[in-house]
Write a new protein. Structure first.
Length: 236
């Protein structure tokens, strides 16, 4: 018997998105998949229901995959794939495995001979990069910065310095701490350093702006609790 595949399913980037933001290929996979790895079961169920694709949610099996998950848990959870059923990883937002714990399932699949199939979709990191005006060929995504103020400011200075080499430096913050991060950036960085902020990408409150710190200090940007990607870089 051939093994099932592990599909990587992209989801909405904004709460304002709907089924029109999802590829028909993705919906076809979801119609034929009953076993899922998800970070949050409630969010995943809501996403699948919103597609209105005739999928009976009660027939689906969800396994939580988060930062507490470990390798030993994977073997029994992949039993359906070993028996020939397809499985899937659903991200909280955007594509799985970017700022997302889905890579644990993907690495297990690779090491046990299960085919991994990424599905077409968008990533907020990718969207923020191409909208920034910065170098899209040489860049680094750093994920979340330190929570404590002093280490965070130190990291901001490091990323500012690295951006002077021409490599774009991308990072993010938990949405309810966006304004604290912005305050630290404005306090820490040089006036001529370029900062790009992309918030609520593809949503009704989308805000994407790249400008020097000196202009950001005069800009009132309200993105509290709104998902955002930040980056330092240089214009060509």
């Amino acid at each position: 018997m051939s093994q099932g595949k592990l599909f990587l399913i992209p989801t909405y980037l904004s709460t304002n998105n709907d089924a029109s933001f999802v590829s028909p290929m993705v919906i076809d996979v979801l119609k034929n998949t009953k076993h899922y790895f998800v970070e949050n079961v409630r969010t995943a169920r809501r996403f699948i229901s919103s597609l209105k694709a005739g999928i009976t949610i009660e027939d689906l099996e969800f396994h939580v995959l988060d930062k507490k998950s470990n390798w030993d848990q994977m073997y029994p959870l992949f039993e359906p794939a070993r028996k020939g059923d397809d499985m899937a990883v659903i991200s909280e937002a955007g594509v799985p495995c970017l700022a997302d714990p889905g890579n644990l399932a993907v690495s297990f699949a690779h090491q046990t001979g299960i085919q991994v199939v990424p599905m077409p979709g968008t990533s907020s990191i990718q969207m923020a990069l191409i909208a920034s005006g910065f170098n899209g060929q040489q860049f680094t995504f750093h994920g979340y910065l330190p929570i404590d103020k002093s280490p965070r400011q130190k990291k901001i200075k490091e990323l500012e310095r690295l951006s002077q080499s021409g490599y774009t430096q991308l990072f993010m913050e938990t949405p309810y701490r966006n304004h604290q991060l912005i305050a630290d950036i404005l306090k820490t960085c040089r006036a001529d350093t370029l900062l790009s902020i992309s918030a609520d990408i593809s949503g009704s409150n989308e805000k994407i702006l790249t400008q020097p710190i000196s202009k950001w200090q005069k800009t009132d940007i309200q993105i509290h609790k709104i998902p955002a990607i930040f980056s330092f870089g240089q214009f060509p």
